[in-house]
Structures are given as structure tokens and as C-alpha cells.
Write a protein that binds this ligand. Structure first.
Ligand code: MOS
Length: 732
């Protein structure tokens, strides 16, 4: 078959929805104009653990405009049917809003006030008197009792360590982080009889639809979720949180559409977080740095009612070659909200530890950190014996070292100064396991030569509208201007979560499939049509370019979609497309990789760390949309700078209260913290990965960044900081 010309894919296009966004015409969840909507404000628990003994709503109800106060004393019992399987909550029993008197974490929703105005609802919420029987909560990862571990082992790690010439025994601690997207989570809920419509901030339209159908015991088709724009997510929208249920419940009880927007403070209480960890890593190697054994022991927090796990074990099993590995991953149940995946989930945590430790090992035995990594590069995935699909880390190192000027790094720590500043270079490698799950899409080519593709995907910022349209345009042989991609509605064909680096792979492959089918329908129509200039031409010899079908190599012989459809009295052609997910059984071990380089300056007196420049080199398969990929890569580096130097959710263990639940005290990088950032993508596609040859870029871009910075801080100062974030205090 003649390959379709690729004009849109690979072109550095700007976002097709950019103008809508910068002119305020892109509507985010809370901005939809739903007739007659009233406002709801959640009352948060003021204790960290215990029971509600009474709720006095009289003052709130007396406030003008307040319509209703709903709490465990008056809320109807909600079905919370068993999971249907497609909303994938963690093991456990999810938080059921207003269904009992238990307080499981500080800030849990204990009541909701519904009022005709936002101000009345807010004031009403402040008037609700909640009395408690308080107990002391357990919120300290380092003092609570862990569950039984999940284990992995190959070889004999203890014997391997004992016989190793070089041994390291290192313990690292990573702070809890919150996602903090710019747009707060928000929901508008409306009932029309037994049908529920929600306008919601979500990274998973189908997951939210499924969860609401489960909670209210409705057929899936009776719940519609609309989410055309998402103002950042980083993972916080990968689950339907209790506030969405609260909005739907409040709307049902008041028989009015209800709008509920979380405050910035409530974004720390009700939408998950990257869990804190304590991670002990023991490494054994020979004197040349060839690894023989590793023992990984990680403790990560979860809630008392759900067991949240993430991919923190995989990197330790497959990243470096060694015969002996033992791992134990323990969950520590605490009186906190349930954590959730946050950018680079699991891998961004594990990589900080493994890549810091590799830097420590390189220093101990006196070899270059890149050379150490090369010496331990595995030829296959040693956890399962599978060949790599593509693994081009060596090339990442070569390109990165050259482009970053790695040869200028002094191997001796604390030996390079720039006035009062100690400067240093560091690097780290990264790996991420992109998900591959079934997805569907639909495309319709109209007689006017324009096409619309649809899938129930999200776009939290990476540019799904644009990148999917690029795939569709090339597969249909149309220009970008004549193709529209629609997303964010559960009426469209279902897709997996918009997260885990899955959207380009899974949705893109389904869009490609649907568009290929429509193109083939058009070609077959032309070939069989005696009045077509393409009549009788072998179908495989025909391509479509700019809406015109023609013989490959002979552009003069052909006709447009419009002429073809008009002559055949066809209003449109359409097709459903699908992507089946990862092949079973797996034939390849499939990961995205990077090498990240950082230069830092540390004030010799004050301990202030400033990142001066960074470079990320990515083995992420084919890049559909280079300009949007850059936006991902730079954003991932910014996220990594936050993880390395600033972000830290602080809990007061006396009562379980988060003390910095605001953007003044929870520090994130601002423009002044962001230096010269650059991204390079290794060219080429991974055709073992999926029909598009992409591996996804959204998650891998944050993996390894914190370690690269920590390693640069060591190179600059000679101080090894094993706790994130790296603060000035730690460096004094
Ligand atoms: Mo990403 S943590 O899956 O939004």
C-alpha cells in the first residue's frame, strides 16, 4: 500500500485551541452557563480523626440565600454499588460522603451548604457548627505501622551484597507533593429526571461517568460527563473525587443544578497527592562499578481506607543489569486522604533514589557517572527476559553529554566557583512505563470535504486537540484546517484515562484506525465508480493529499473527496476505529527513556540553590507534535525543579492539619526559578509500541529531573542531600 504523505504529523504546529484559550472562550468546568445553577460550598472536618457528635445547621439555614445544609444526619443513603471495573479505584472502601459519622482525615467533607449565591454558600458554610469526638490522628509515615510488603526477588540479593567489593547503604526521604493545577477542581451537576449531567474537571471522562453511575446506581447511559477543557491536572483528575458526588447529591436534594468549586485550600484536602516515601537502597558492585546486587525497601503512605499503590518497583527491576535484586514495598496507612498518581508517578520517586545512588557509587569508585551507567546497561529486560522494543539510553547519554558540555564538569566536588556561588553539573537517567489500554474513536468525513473525529478523551494541557487532529489530517489526507477533533464528552467513544502517557498512543491509534478506514472507503468508492478518473486503479496505488485522491506518483490523475461524494450522492463517510491495547502476551519490554542534565549554582554562604540550565534528551518514539512536546518537556523539567527544591506538603502531626495548604506557603517554581531549559528528541519511531510508533512524553519528562539536580548540588558543594526538597537549611 502506498504510504499516506505525512504533512501535519511532525510539524511544529501551535495549538488549534490556543486562540480560544487566550481569549477566554475555552470553557472550563465551572464556567459553563447552566440555567438556574445554585452554589455549593463544602464544610471540611476540623479534626484529623474521630466522630462527628452533632451538626448544628440552624445559623447557616437562617442566613439569607441558604437553601439547604446536607450532612450525615440528613443525607439519604447512597447505593455505592460495587465497582463495575472501569473506574479502577484503589483496593479498599472508598470515602462515602455523608454516609456515617466517622472522620478519617483532617479536611474530609462533613457537610455541604447550598445557596443561591456563592457568597451566601461560603458564609453559610462558616456558620455550620460541627461537634466532634476527636482522637489523635496518625499522619507520620515514620511512626506508623506498615502493611505487609509487596515483594520481588531474583537471585540472592543478600549473598550478592555480602560478596560485593563496594557496598552502599543509603536512605532517602521524599516529601509529599500536591498537584496544584491552576484550575481548581469544579463540578456543575444537573438532574433531568433520572438522568445526571455533570460538567466536571476530569482527566477521565469515562471513569467519572462510571463512578457516578456506581454511586447513584444508575445505568451508565444515564450519566453524561462533559469536560472540554481542563486547566492542568498532573494526575489530580484521574479519579472522580468525593466533591463530584457531593455536587450531584446536592443537585438531587435541592432539585436545582448545583455548581461546586473547590477552594485552593480544598485542593490540598480532597484531590490526592504524590505520597511521601522513605526509601532505603543498598547497592553492591565490583571495583569497576559493575552492579551485582540491590535491595530496595520502600515505605509509602496511603489512607486508612484505601490501598493506593504506584509503579515504584519496576525501575529497580529493569533499569540496570544485575543478577541479584530484592524489593519490599510497604504501604503505611495513615489518617490522610487517599494519594493519587502525580506526574511520572512512582518512577519520578524511584528514579530520585536510584539515580542519586548511582551518582554516589560513581563518586565512591571514582568514575564518570555516565560511564558507570554505560557499564550497567542491560541487553534485555532482566525482570522478564523480553527484548526491548527500543531502548536508546546510550544515545541519550552521548547526545546529552555533547550538547550540554559534560566534559566541562569537574569530577572533584566543590571545585568550581563563580564569585560567591559554587557551581556544579549533574545528570540522571529516567524511565517510564507508558500505559497501553483499549481505546475507541469515530470519524466522519462530510461531503464538503471536512472531517470530524471524536473520542471521550481529555486535554489537560498537552494539546490533545491539536495532536489528534494532526494524526487524523494525515490519515485522511486533509489539511489541518479541514479537520476537527472533539473530546471531553462521554457521548463520544470511550478511551482510557488521560494520564500515564497514554493519550497519544491509545487515542491516537484509534483515531488513526478510524481515519484509515474512511480513507479506504473513499478509495474503494472511487475505484469502483466508472465515472471516477480513478476507476480501475489498484486501491493500494492511491493516496490522498489536501482532500484530493490521486495515483501515487501521478498527481494529475485523481479527484477530490467532494466531487467523489457528490457524484455518488453520499452525504458523508464514517467509521469507528479502535486500539486493542498492549499485545498479550508481551513480546517486548516497552518503556520511554531520558537523560537529564542540570547545572546548578549554590550560594556558598546562604545555601540557596539556583538551577542555571537543564537539558533533557528523550527516547520517546515518534514525536507527533514537536512544539507541544517541547511544552511537555519544559513543563516536566519545571515540575522536577519543584520536586527537587521547593514542593513539600507539611502536616501538623498533632491534629493532621496540612499547614501550608495554599500557594503562598506551598512553594512551586515561578519564572525567576526557571532557567534555560532545552529538550532534544531522538529521531525515529518505536513500531513495536503501537501503530503510531509513539511512546508518550507526558510522564517521562519529570522522571530523573530531581536526581539530576541533587547530583549537580553534590558536584557543586560536596554535600549529598538525600531528602526532598533540598532546602537551604540542609545545605548550611
Ligand atoms: Mo499523569 S500522573 O497520569 O496525569
Amino acid at each position: 500500500m502506498s504510504p499516506q504523505p505525512q504533512a501535519a504529523v511532525g510539524a511544529p504546529l501551535s495549538r488549534v485551541d490556543g486562540r480560544l484559550k487566550v481569549t477566554g472562550k475555552a470553557l472550563y468546568a465551572a464556567e459553563h452557563d447552566v440555567d438556574g445553577a445554585v452554589h455549593a460550598v463544602i464544610v471540611d472536618a476540623g479534626i484529623g480523626r474521630g466522630r462527628i457528635t452533632s451538626i448544628d445547621a440552624r445559623a447557616a439555614l437562617a442566613h439569607p440565600g441558604v437553601l439547604r445544609v446536607i450532612h450525615n444526619g440528613n443525607a439519604p443513603k447512597l447505593p455505592y454499588r460495587d465497582n463495575s471495573g472501569s473506574n479502577n479505584p484503589p483496593e479498599g472502601r472508598r470515602l462515602r460522603v455523608f454516609q456515617d459519622d466517622r472522620v478519617r482525615f483532617h479536611g474530609q467533607p462533613v457537610a455541604v451548604v447550598v445557596a443561591t449565591t456563592l457568597e451566601a454558600a461560603q458564609h453559610g458554610a462558616s456558620l455550620v457548627e460541627v461537634s466532634y469526638d476527636a482522637e489523635r490522628p496518625s499522619t507520620d509515615l515514620h511512626e506508623a505501622e506498615p502493611d505487609e510488603p509487596t515483594r520481588y526477588a531474583r537471585g540472592d540479593a543478600d549473598a550478592g551484597l555480602r560478596s560485593a567489593a563496594v557496598r552502599l547503604d543509603l536512605t532517602y526521604r521524599m516529601a509529599r507533593n500536591h498537584h496544584n493545577p491552576m484550575e481548581p477542581h469544579a463540578t456543575i451537576a444537573r438532574w433531568d429526571g433520572d438522568r445526571l449531567t455533570v460538567w466536571d474537571k476530569t482527566q477521565w471522562v469515562v471513569g467519572t461517568q462510571t463512578e457516578l453511575s456506581t454511586v447513584f446506581d444508575l445505568p451508565l447511559e444515564s450519566v453524561r460527563v462533559i469536560s472540554p477543557f481542563v486547566g492542568g491536572g498532573f494526575g489530580s483528575g484521574l479519579r472522580c473525587w468525593p466533591h463530584v458526588v457531593v455536587a450531584a447529591l446536592a443537585a438531587r436534594e435541592t432539585k436545582r443544578p448545583v455548581k461546586l468549586v473547590l477552594s485552593r485550600k480544598q485542593m490540598y484536602l480532597g484531590t490526592g497527592f504524590r505520597p511521601s516515601y522513605e526509601y532505603r537502597l543498598r547497592l553492591g558492585s565490583d571495583r569497576r562499578g559493575r552492579l551485582s546486587a540491590a535491595v530496595h525497601e520502600m515505605d509509602g503512605e496511603t489512607s486508612s481506607y484505601e490501598k493506593f499503590t504506584e509503579g515504584i518497583m519496576a525501575a529497580g527491576q529493569m533499569f540496570y543489569s544485575m543478577p541479584h535484586v530484592r524489593q519490599a514495598y510497604r504501604l503505611v496507612p495513615l489518617d490522610v486522604n487517599t494519594p493519587l498518581w502525580m506526574r511520572g508517578p512512582g518512577f519520578a520517586t524511584a528514579s530520585f533514589v536510584i539515580e542519586s545512588a548511582m551518582d554516589e557509587l560513581a563518586h565512591r569508585i571514582g568514575i564518570d557517572p555516565i560511564e558507570l551507567r554505560r557499564r550497567n546497561e542491560p541487553n534485555e529486560d532482566e525482570s522478564n527476559g523480553l527484548p526491548w522494543s527500543t531502548r536508546r539510553l546510550r544515545e541519550c547519554y552521548t547526545v546529552g553529554a555533547r550538547e550540554f558540555g559534560w566534559h566541562r564538569r569537574s569530577p572533584k566536588p566543590r571545585s568550581t566557583r563563580d564569585g560567591d556561588w559554587l557551581t556544579g553539573l549533574g545528570m540522571a537517567a529516567g524511565v517510564y512505563d507508558p500505559g497501553r489500554f483499549p481505546a475507541q474513536a469515530r470519524v466522519r468525513l462530510d461531503a464538503d470535504g471536512t472531517a470530524v473525529a471524536e473520542a471521550a478523551a481529555s486535554d489537560m494541557g498537552p494539546g490533545t486537540y491539536t495532536a489528534q487532529a494532526q494524526v487524523a489530517a494525515d490519515a485522511l489526507g486533509l489539511t489541518m484546517r479541514t479537520v476537527t477533533f472533539r473530546l471531553g464528552d462521554s457521548l463520544y467513544p470511550p478511551t482510557p484515562p488521560h494520564g500515564g502517557s497514554m493519550t497519544m498512543t491509545c487515542v491516537g491509534s484509534a483515531v488513526l484506525d478510524a481515519c484509515n478506514k474512511v480513507r479506504r472507503q473513499a478509495i474503494e468508492l472511487a475505484v469502483e465508480d466508472e465515472d471516477s478518473p480513478l476507476h480501475g486503479v489498484p486501491a493500494d496505488d492511491i493516496v490522498v493529499r489536501s482532500g484530493r485522491l490521486h495515483v501515487q506518483g501521478n498527481p494529475a490523475r485523481g479527484e477530490t473527496y467532494q466531487r467523489l461524494l457528490a457524484r455518488n450522492n453520499r452525504t458523508h463517510l464514517e467509521a469507528d476505529g479502535s486500539y486493542a491495547g498492549a499485545p498479550e502476551p508481551a513480546r517486548h519490554s516497552y518503556y520511554a527513556y531520558n537523560a537529564t542534565f542540570a547545572e546548578v549554582a549554590v550560594d556558598a554562604t546562604l545555601g540557596l540553590v539556583r538551577v542555571r540550565r537543564m537539558l533533557g534528551v528523550y527516547d520517546a518514539g515518534r514525536i507527533i507534535s514537536p512544539k507541544l512536546a517541547d511544552s511537555q518537556a519544559l513543563g516536566g523539567m519545571v515540575g522536577g525543579i519543584g520536586q527537587a527544591l521547593l514542593e513539600h506538603t507539611v502536616t501538623d502531626h498533632r491534629d493532621g492539619r496540612i499547614v501550608n495548604a495554599n500557594l503562598a506557603d506551598y512553594l512551586v517554581p515561578v519564572n525567576a526559578d526557571i532557567p534555560d531549559l532545552k529538550a532534544i528528541y531522538l529521531e525515529g519511531e518505536d513500531m513495536d509500541a503501537d501503530p503510531l510508533g509513539v511512546k508518550g512524553i507526558g510522564e517521562i519528562v519529570q522522571v530523573g529531573v530531581a536526581a539530576a539536580i541533587a547530583n549537580a548540588v553534590f558536584n557543586a558543594t560536596g554535600r549529598r542531600i538525600r531528602e526532598l526538597p533540598i532546602t537551604a537549611e540542609a545545605l548550611l
